[in-house]
Design a protein around this ligand. Structure first.
Ligand code: NAI
Length: 315
């Protein structure tokens, strides 16, 4: 059986991560970029990264690093990328105008089977697919960084995305070992960022009002809630936290939840509140200086690798 082809548009951080995920599952991957040099760098980085993961025993998939690398090639021609592709994962920078131009070009080239999924963290699919003739084949498949170690993918359809395109993307994500969730309709921030921003807003308010330091407010998650959330979602957490399950939980604590929620105050203006921002930046940089971010990211990735192994034992 011939291998199915996946096209990746944009060979930066996220494009490379997708290339690794698809190659690990045995797909033939072609990467496209407007910069030739970027593609050369991407291939060199992929070679290093795949071998590094193999040496550490953290390579995904059943085939060796060298075989995975052999499944990845590059092109600077968009029509060549699109030809015979089952799926195209778009990973160009987060600039709406750039995405709109690219989707218009793709619209001219697509045939009937190819689904185009954007990795965008912020743009609802209708913003770049409206008015295009192949708009039923376009949606969002949003990963979390680093996608190689975090399995969640948010699949977000535009109002006109076909059910088939959603289903095809869902099966593909499951095939490569990711864990998709599908939103029934598009919404600003999708699900992850809506929840993440709710948390960011409240930690901001707790620091701004002098109730907690940055280190302590982050500890509430890293030494507390986050430990449960690495296994359970917030609703299952609630379900387990009352003798009669989730209905009992909300009967017991719903009044308290509403009363506390009424004290949250306005949504912080995180860009304009320069005083709080300076304070948060100062405290964060005392904990991790800017020049130490790379090292700390490496620790995060190593932790996620170990956590992924642990999680497998509980699934
Ligand atoms: P990046 O800046 O690392 O890579 C972008 C790549 O796209 C570069 O190689 C650039 O040469 C190429 N490019 C620019 N214009 C192009 C065009 N017209 N056609 C083809 N290639 C083009 O960006 P990154 O971080 O990989 O982000 C890509 C997408 O993934 C964005 O939509 C972003 O929101 C999303 N995303 C990023 C995450 C992150 O943590 N960096 C997490 C989840 C999603």
């Amino acid at each position: 059986m011939s291998r199915q082809k996946i096209g990746i548009v944009g060979s930066g951080l996220i494009g490379r991560a997708w290339a690794m995920l698809f190659a690990a599952a045995g797909y033939w991957v072609q990467m496209y970029d407007i910069l030739d040099t970027q593609l050369t760098t991407a291939l060199q980085e992929l070679e290093k990264e795949l071998h590094r993961l193999e040496e550490k025993g953290s390579l995904r998939g059943k085939i060796r690093a060298a075989e995975q690398l052999a499944l990845i090639d590059v092109t600077t021609k968009l029509d060549e990328l699109v030809k015979d592709a089952l799926h195209i994962q778009e990973c160009v920078p987060e600039v709406l105008q750039l995405k709109q131009t690219l989707y218009s070009q793709l619209d001219e080239l697509l045939d009937g089977i190819t689904v185009v999924a954007s990795s965008t963290s912020t743009f609802m699919p209708s913003l770049y697919s409206e008015g295009l003739s192949r708009k039923e084949q376009m949606l969002v498949a949003h990963p979390l960084n680093p996608p190689y170690f975090i399995p969640l993918v948010e699949i977000v359809p535009a109002p006109w995305t076909s059910k088939e395109a959603v289903e095809q993307t869902k099966s593909l994500m499951l095939n490569i070992g990711q864990r998709p969730v599908t939103l029934n309709r598009e919404i600003e921030g999708f699900a992850t960022n809506r929840i993440q921003y709710a948390i960011l807003n409240e930690v901001w308010r707790l620091v701004a009002s002098g109730i907690l330091t940055v280190a302590d407010v982050d500890r509430v998650l890293s030494q507390g809630l986050g430990l449960r959330y690495a296994l359970l979602g917030s609703l299952e957490t609630a379900h387990l936290n009352a003798p009669g399950g989730v209905a009992d939980y909300f009967h017991r604590f719903g009044g308290e939840i509403s009363a506390v929620s009424a004290t949250y105050g306005a949504t912080p203006n995180t860009r304009e509140d320069a005083v709080t921002l300076a304070e948060i930046a100062k405290q964060c940089e005392e904990l991790v200086p800017i020049e130490g971010l790379g090292e700390r990211r490496a620790v995060r990735d190593e932790f996620l690798i170990q956590l992924a192994k642990l999680k497998k034992q509980f699934e």
